[in-house]
Design a protein around this ligand. Structure first.
Ligand code: GDP
Ligand code: ZN
Length: 344
C-alpha cells in the first residue's frame, strides 16, 4: 500500500513517539542487564498470551492445567513479540525474561494508521467465519473473509450460528450457504447458543488442538459463542465494536484464551473484523481457490480476467468450473478495492 504523505506536524509527532519508544527500550534493556542468571529459573518453552507494550504475558507451553501467567521482559533484538508467539523463557521475580522466539507458522498483520504492516498475532491455524440467518448473510461478505484467510494461508471454516432462527422464509438461503461452501471444500458447522446440542459438541471438538480466531459481521453472535465456549470470559454481548463506535483504529491488543475442552482462542475487537482490513487487488484472484488452477494460463500475462481474448478464468467460468455467484463475488470484491484505491 502506498505510504501517505505526512504533514510536518504528523512527522513531528511520529518522531516524538519514536524517541519516547527508544528511551523506554533503553531503560528496559538497562533493567535486564541488572538481572543476573541466578535470579532466573531454568529455560523453558512458553506461549505469549498477551502483550503490554514493553512486556508480554507468558504461560508454559505445552499448556498445563492452571498454568500461571508471568509478565516477562524481552530484549529489543528479539523483534516484536505478539500474542500466540512460542518462546523460550525463564521465570523471575517479579518479571521473567523471554530469551528466544520460535519461528512462526503463520502471522496476522494489518496496516497501522501510517500504512505500515504491523503483526498482531502469530500461529493461528483456524479462521472461523461466523454468519447467522439474522443479520441476513451475503455470499460476498463471506467471500471477503475467505479471501483474507486464504491469503494468510490459514484454513477458514464457516459457523452458521442462530440455527434456532431458521424458518420457512430463510431456510432455503441457509441451505444454499451450506451447499455452496461445502462444494468449495470448506467445512460448515451449524450451531445455536440458545440450545445446547450435539452440534455444539462438534464445534468444541473442531476447536480442540487448534488456535482459532472468530471473525464476522457484528451481531452474528461471536461474543455469545465465545461466552458459551469459555464461560469465565463474560464478553459483552450486543456491544458495538470499538472501531465502529469511534471511527478510529482499535487499540485493544489480541489476547489468547484456552477453551476448557482443548484448543486456544485468540481474540480482539480488531481481529473479529479481519475480512474488512485492506486487501491488495492481486490477493483477490488467489483468494478464490477454484480459480488457482487457471492462474497463469491466460493468453496475456497481464490478463485482468475481464473481457480479454484467451482468458483461462473466463473460459473456466463458461465451462461451469467456476460458479456464477463466485465470479460475481470476485468482480464485486475487485471493484470495491479499486474504488477504495481511487479514493486514497
Ligand atoms: P457479535 O456482535 O457477533 O459478537 O454478536 P453478539 O454475541 O453480541 O450477539 C448479537 C445478538 O444475537 C445478541 O442479542 C445475542 O443475544 C443474539 N444471539 C447470539 N447467539 C444467538 C443464537 O444462537 N440465537 C439467537 N436467537 N440469538 C442469538
Ligand atoms: Zn484471464
Amino acid at each position: 500500500m502506498p505510504k501517505r504523505r505526512l504533514s510536518k506536524r504528523q512527522a513531528w509527532r511520529i518522531e516524538k513517539i519514536q524517541q519516547a519508544r527508544n528511551a523506554r527500550a533503553q531503560k528496559r534493556e538497562a533493567r535486564l542487564d541488572e538481572v543476573t542468571d541466578d535470579q532466573l529459573g531454568p529455560e523453558q518453552m512458553g506461549l505469549v498470551v498477551a502483550h503490554y507494550g514493553t512486556q508480554v504475558a507468558v504461560e508454559r507451553w505445552p499448556c498445563v492445567a492452571d498454568s500461571q501467567v508471568q509478565r516477562c521482559h524481552f530484549r529489543t533484538n528479539l523483534g516484536s513479540l505478539v500474542t500466540g508467539d512460542r518462546v523460550s523463557w525463564r521465570s523471575g521475580n517479579p518479571y521473567g525474561v523471554v530469551v528466544a522466539v520460535h519461528a512462526r507458522l503463520s502471522q496476522l498483520s494489518r496496516p497501522d494508521p501510517y500504512g505500515e504492516l504491523k503483526t498482531i498475532a502469530a500461529n493461528i491455524d483456524r479462521i472461523l467465519i461466523v454468519i447467522a440467518p439474522v443479520p441476513k448473510p451475503h455470499t460476498q461478505l463471506v467471500d471477503r473473509y475467505l479471501v483474507a484467510a486464504e491469503n494468510l494461508g490459514i484454513t477458514p471454516s464457516l459457523i452458521i450460528n442462530k440455527m434456532d432462527l431458521v424458518n420457512a422464509t430463510n431456510k432455503a438461503l441457509i441451505d444454499d450457504f451450506v451447499r455452496l461452501y461445502n462444494q468449495l471444500g470448506y467445512e460448515v458447522l451449524t450451531v445455536s447458543t440458545r440450545y445446547s446440542s450435539e452440534d455444539f459438541v462438534s464445534l468444541k471438538t473442531f476447536l480442540a488442538s487448534h488456535t482459532s480466531i472468530f471473525v464476522g459481521q457484528s451481531g452474528v453472535g461471536k461474543s455469545s459463542l465465545i461466552n458459551q465456549l469459555i464461560p469465565d470470559l463474560n464478553l459483552q454481548v450486543g456491544a458495538l465494536s470499538e472501531t465502529r463506535q469511534t471511527g478510529t483504529h482499535t487499540t485493544t491488543t489480541a489476547q489468547l484464551f484456552h477453551f476448557p475442552d482443548g484448543g486456544q482462542l485468540v481474540d480482539s475487537p480488531g481481529i473479529r473484523e479481519l475480512g474488512l482490513w485492506h486487501m491488495r487487488a492481486e490477493d483477490i484472484v488467489y483468494g478464490f481457490p477454484e480459480f488457482r488452477p487457471f492462474i497463469g494460463q491466460c493468453k496475456f500475462r497481464d490478463c485482468q480476467h475481464r473481457q480479454e481474448p484467451g482468458c483461462a478464468i473466463r473460459q473456466a467460468y463458461k465451462n461451469g468450473q467456476i460458479s456464477e455467484y463466485r465470479m460475481a463475488s470476485f468482480e464485486s470484491l475487485r471493484s470495491q478495492i479499486e474504488d477504495a484505491g481511487s479514493r486514497n
